[in-house]
Design a protein around this ligand. Structure first.
Ligand code: ZN
Length: 255
């Protein structure tokens, strides 16, 4: 693995962005936690003229009819015994890169963290909100996963924002979050690659950077030293459906 210098400027992680209208009930900040109503969803759906949530509810009904009966016992077992996944996957939030689909995995098999550009921030335990680091801590120290896969992907919007600047309307958090990957941007710049290769190179550098940051978490390093944890890099081609794994020589090779 190539060595990266941590930028040393941790950024607070952000939670999932739902875009759902928040309802006010006069109970201060807790009001934002109120579950959106069905009419909220419908109002949101009308914004672009598509029945998005209705499609998802139809999918849920298919799940209940087909998948649930087949997996009922598995879910009941998981509910009774608790989860014991062996693998943590850190992937991008991109809607085209679904770890469960790519690895053909079922419930209970993988603990998954998804964020913009599958980034692991440096280890910086402070008072900021570190969603990704919290999930890593839970997976490694509580669930005691034995493998961590950081999976990057082609056409990553986060990496595009890193290279070309955040798109309008995404300056509040995306640009700041992507500063974690500044060393990867510099490496891509130094590589003097043609524009069509630069993005892929930077996406793969982000995977290596995340692995390096991960190894900087003291309790991750301890478990690696004890032979109890292994880190892996992966890269998914959206157009090809092909998965590549990071080899010891620093290159990604098709599985
Ligand atoms: Zn992405």
């Amino acid at each position: 693995m190539e060595a990266f210098i941590n930028p040393g400027t941790g950024r607070p992680d952000t939670g999932p962005v739902t875009g759902l209208p928040q309802r006010r009930t006069g109970r201060g900040n807790l009001a934002g936690l109120t579950r959106p109503s069905r009419s909220d969803f419908r109002a949101l759906s009308r914004l672009d003229g598509r029945a998005r949530v209705d499609d998802l509810i139809s999918g849920y009904r298919r799940f209940r009819e087909v998948a649930w009966p087949e997996r009922k016992q598995l879910f009941e077992r998981l509910a009774a015994r608790g989860q014991k996944p062996e693998t943590l996957v850190i992937a991008c939030s991109d809607s085209r890169v679904d770890p469960q689909m790519i690895f053909d995995a079922g419930p209970g098999q993988m603990f998954v963290v998804r964020n913009v550009a599958n980034l692991v921030p440096p280890f910086l335990p402070d008072t900021n909100y570190h969603g990704t680091s919290a999930a890593i801590e839970f997976a490694v120290r509580v669930l005691k996963v034995r493998d961590v896969i950081v999976m990057g992907h082609a056409q990553c919007g986060g990496v595009h924002a890193l290279l070309e600047g955040a798109p309008p309307g995404a300056e509040d958090f995306v640009a700041g979050w992507m500063k974690i990957a500044e060393p990867a941007r510099l490496m891509a710049e130094d590589a003097s690659l043609p524009i069509d290769q630069r993005q892929r190179f930077c996406e793969q550098c982000c995977v290596k950077l995340s692995l390096a940051n991960l190894a900087g978490f003291p309790w991750v390093a301890e478990r690696i030293s004890a032979g109890e944890l292994q880190l892996h890099g992966a890269y998914f081609g959206v157009a090809t459906g092909q998965l590549e794994l990071l080899d010891d020589d620093g290159t990604f090779k098709a599985v």
